[in-house]
Design a protein around this ligand. Structure first.
Ligand SMILES: Cc1ncc(COP(=O)(O)O)c(C=O)c1O
Length: 463
């Protein structure tokens, strides 16, 4: 087998640039700071070191220089006069941030609270619940590790009273087939003796990085009287969110990932009917029975609140950069085409259907023996951080094969995906014990025709 990297196809690059220019022109720009166009030149607005290609925004996020400025302003303000800050100024600033986020996700500000991260918010939701004997908690096999642990903890400490139910999804799969399978699963597992009390559903799963059609899943669950918690850790800034239209019971999303706020900032929505029963993970002086959402979640102990206060700067940067729609479309298109670049270099396939791609794409790695015992998630981390440190993307096993999740962001362009392709080809070639070289010649006629064909697709519609 011979692995090659195709030349970046001009047609892809040109269509991509045309789309970006179109998006920028169609945006009304008023009183905005002039930023470089999206792509490589946007790197100067961020902190990444020059010799590093950052293609893993999905894991921890990173913020632009403007956001650091905003963050530090609030930190300095707090230190200049701590009493003034904590006793008087913090609360109105905190309220302002909730109001801004309410606009972004179309929710009422009084139904939103700020929490440091999704893990904290999810603990608050699940550990506030009082379960009846026999009740079950539903989640997918693709649940994020810490969220799965919260559910396992509840089951373990329930003295056998409650249990969990796992829906297994195997990718690649279209949304229609996935939804049919899920509905069948709900029907087949229905048991009045063991009702499903609550379901934890990701808006965008972590690995693989798939956008889940929650607007179609939520009604299926509500119809069966199942409380719906949406883990939107990856969602804000990556896909539009309309809480009022979705109408979940709980929704939580990290502002420190795709929104560009500082780490330690997330927003939790709690539907009004649940608010009297939800307490934060850290019980504090605001505790009352029934609970008052805003009183309890506002002060969860002394801490640095400035990550929350970095959210306005992040939102301003996004307006300056071209706005929500333009950022999301750029990242989506880059992930889509970047996935094609990787799949054609690896001679493998992309995991997602186009309507399952937000700003992340998952591609199968060219591993000859996926069951090689030395292969673990940690092995891939170590291999990249030590021997191949030019870039990094998380690799993981799904459905018996190894995949990599790559994030697209406004400071990336398609050439970064070519670096990623070379990086993984080098690792896989070493792993496979092959002498295959990477070349700029694409000698695969099928790949060539694929590349040409997607230069002509309608870019803003799902195929
Ligand atoms: C789907 C999902 N849920 C939850 C989390 C946890 O987020 P945090 O570490 O901010 O609590 C992550 C983190 O990547 C995630 O991908």
């Amino acid at each position: 087998m011979r692995y090659t990297i195709p030349m970046m196809n001009c047609a892809i690059a040109v269509s991509f640039i045309v789309i970006c220019v179109h998006l920028r022109e169609s945006n009304e720009v008023e009183e905005l700071r002039r930023l470089p166009p999206l792509g490589r030149s946007m790197r100067q607005e961020f902190f990444m070191k020059d010799d590093y290609i950052f293609l893993n925004h999905g894991s921890y996020g990173t913020y632009p220089r403007d956001v650091q400025k905003g963050l530090r302003e609030y930190q300095e303000r707090a230190e200049r006069d701590p009493d003034l800050w904590f006793r008087k100024d913090l609360k109105p600033e905190h309220t302002k941030v909730r109001e801004m986020l309410a606009e972004v996700i179309n929710a009422d500000a009084e139904d939103l609270v700020l929490v440091p991260n999704t893990t904290g918010g999810m603990n608050a939701i699940f550990r506030s619940l009082v379960f009846a004997a026999g009740e079950r908690i539903l989640h997918f096999n693709t649940v994020y590790g810490s969220m799965g642990s919260i559910i396992q903890y509840l089951v373990d400490y329930s003295n056998g009273a409650i249990s969990k139910l796992v829906f297994n999804v195997t990718y690649p799969i279209s949304n229609d087939v996935f939804l049919q399978q899920f509905e069948t699963f709900l029907n087949e597992t229905e048991d009045p003796e063991q009702p499903i009390r609550i379901a934890l559903i990701d808006h965008i799963t972590s690995v693989p990085g798939v956008v889940i059609p929650i607007e179609r899943i939520i009604p299926l669950l509500k119809l069966r009287n199942i409380t719906v918690v949406i883990d939107g850790a990856h969602a804000i800034g990556q896909v539009p969110i309309d809480v009022k239209a979705l109408d979940p019971d709980y929704y939580i999303t990290n502002c420190h990932k795709w929104l560009y706020a500082a780490r330690g900032s997330a927003v939790l929505y709690v539907a009004k009917k649940h608010q009297p029963f939800v307490h934060p993970g850290f019980i504090n002086a605001g505790y009352s029975q029934p609970a008052k959402l805003q009183d309890e979640f506002y002060w969860t102990g002394t801490m640095d609140f400035s990550p929350y206060m970095s959210i306005p700067a992040a939102l301003q940067f996004r307006r300056d950069a071209g706005g929500e729609e333009m950022i999301m479309q750029y990242n989506h298109n880059l992930a889509y085409f970047g996935g094609k670049v990787l799949a054609s270099a690896f001679k493998t396939e992309v995991l997602q259907y186009k309507n399952q791609i937000g700003s992340m794409v998952d591609v199968r790695l060219p591993v000859d023996n996926p069951d090689n015992p030395k292969l673990t998630n940690g092995w891939w981390v170590n291999e990249q951080l030590t021997k191949h440190p030019e870039t990094f993307s998380p690799a993981y096993k799904h459905n018996g094969r190894w995949w990599v999740r790559v994030s697209a962001q406004i400071y990336n362009d398609l050439s970064d995906f070519e670096v990623c392709a070379k990086h993984f080809l080098a690792i896989c070639n070493e792993l496979n014990g092959s002498q295959n070289t990477t070349t700029d010649n694409d000698d695969n006629p099928n790949t060539e025709s694929n590349v040409n064909s997607f230069a002509h697709v309608t870019l803003f519609k799902d195929n």
